[in-house]
Design a protein around this ligand. Structure first.
Ligand code: S3P
Length: 169
């Protein structure tokens, strides 16, 4: 069984994914970590040295590679993964369960403002402009995220979100 988690930056995809995979006894893959391991560079460095278009092509290729694995796994995607190329179609076709972890704009602003440095897309946005930036960005991405098989409120504790996902399986 392949389970794919999606959602905006800082919506808890990696924490929830790791816990879910350990409870299910299956492999956990974080797509950002997978890309970093294959390139031997951080996402931040890939963005600054090669730019976003290069990153999106790599992300697409790595997503396909992970989705084609034989074994059961939980995959946490990057915040932009479902929104580029035909990634959302690939996710829907090749996974058994896809979940969008939804969060409100104030919740996202609160989390992201505390960890902007490693996030190339928001690191240069002044704190006072974050709510407007995230609001617009999320609005553009919701049409992709909302194609997931399930939409859950991602703001609960990771344990509660995992219990909710398991009840859907
Ligand atoms: C991105 C989100 C990041 C990472 C990259 C781009 C995005 O992943 O893939 O910085 O476009 O939202 P997280 O959602 O894990 O922060």
């Amino acid at each position: 069984m392949k389970i794919v988690l999606m959602g905006y930056m800082a919506s808890g995809k990696s924490t929830v994914g790791r816990l879910l995979a350990s409870q299910l006894g299956v492999q956990f893959i974080d797509l950002d970590d997978y890309i970093e391991a294959s390139e031997k560079k951080s996402i931040k460095t890939i963005f600054s040295e090669k730019g976003e278009i290069f990153f999106r092509k790599l992300e697409h290729k790595m997503l396909l590679e992970v989705l084609e694995k034989e074994e059961s796994l939980v995959l946490s995607t990057g915040g932009g993964t479902p929104c580029y190329a035909n990634n959302i179609e690939m996710i829907l076709e090749k996974s058994d369960c896809s979940v969008y972890l939804g969060m409100t704009i104030p919740q996202l602003v609160n989390r992201i403002s505390k960890e902007k440095e490693d996030r190339p897309l928001v690191k240069n946005i002044p704190d006072e402009d974050l709510p407007e930036f995230i609001g617009k960005h999320l609005f553009e991405r919701i049409p992709f995220y909302s194609q997931a098989k399930y939409t859950l409120n991602g703001s609960g504790s990771p344990e509660d979100v995992v219990t909710e996902i398991r009840s859907l399986l």
